[in-house]
Write a protein that binds this ligand. Sequence first.
Ligand SMILES: Nc1ncnc2c1ncn2[C@@H]1O[C@H](COP(=O)(O)OP(=O)(O)O)[C@@H](O)[C@H]1O
Ligand SMILES: [Mg+2]
Length: 292
Amino acid sequence: MNNIISVENLTKSYGDKQVVKGISFNVSECEIFGFLGPNGAGKTTTIRMMIGEIGADSGKIEIAGLKVPKDMAQLKTIVGVVPDFQNIYDRLSVRANLEFFASLNSISKTEVDRVLDEVFLTEHQQKACKNLSRGLRQRTLIARALLHKPKVFFLDEPTSALDPMSAKLIRELILKLKNNGTTVFLTTHYMEEADLLCDKIAIMNQGNIVASGSPQGLKDKIGRKAVIYEYNVDGEMQKVEFSLSTKEDREKLAALLREHEPIKIHTQEATLEEVFLSVTGDKWNNSKENNQ
Ligand SMILES: Nc1ncnc2c1ncn2[C@@H]1O[C@H](COP(=O)(O)OP(=O)(O)O)[C@@H](O)[C@H]1O
Ligand SMILES: [Mg+2]
């Protein structure tokens, strides 16, 4: 897969505090790239530099062969952004918000119907945004960012504080975008969401990328390749662990399966949550406290 985003040695300080400390990563075309990390890790600051909203102190950012911030005018035509706050006009309807944005950006109003349909908002289009649930407002934001059919889509914590149904719908939308050829750059602190959606992940902590790879690759690194087999002998529960890496253990497991009906068999694969905690460690707790 070709790289569509490349970031090299990016840094940013606020006052004397460096909040992004020389990070580098690549994103391949048409993948969902998950940018994870505790509050205050520097995720939003990184996105804001990538979309040219704030300047980096040093480093290089290239998106689809264009340089940030030099080629910003061209970049705006291929990049869509869903920020981490809901900046829509509350008194306007969903449709009016989208039409207003379209007219500001010389986008044909026919695109409004397309995006309303894409995010399942057609039936809500006449409602004033102030009367919408958080989930519907979030979909309005997504629709707005999709008006110009971006090739690269940034979403900063898109399912934060949403009810499970709204979050599910947004995840489905993200997958649909990927399947239609969009590259997605997603920040989230929901590990299950990242595991479900992302092809590749970078975990950021205190301004550094502390782990990266596919969700499976990361889980394999810290998990055990083993299963726990639970069965019953004369009313007493037995529990045995077998390594999946040795032939001897696999044969013992096969023998047990023949002899004793299992009550439960569970793999010992690590969850992404465990990966996250292992690479962010105590700092995770510290940074949570620092940001409360
Ligand atoms: N405009 C700003 N001025 C000063 N400090 C900021 C500003 N924006 C972010 N920070 C600080 O930079 C650090 C990283 O913040 P941010 O990028 O928002 O983290 P994340 O999105 O991972 O939660 C935090 O310590 C935050 O307080
Ligand atoms: Mg943030």
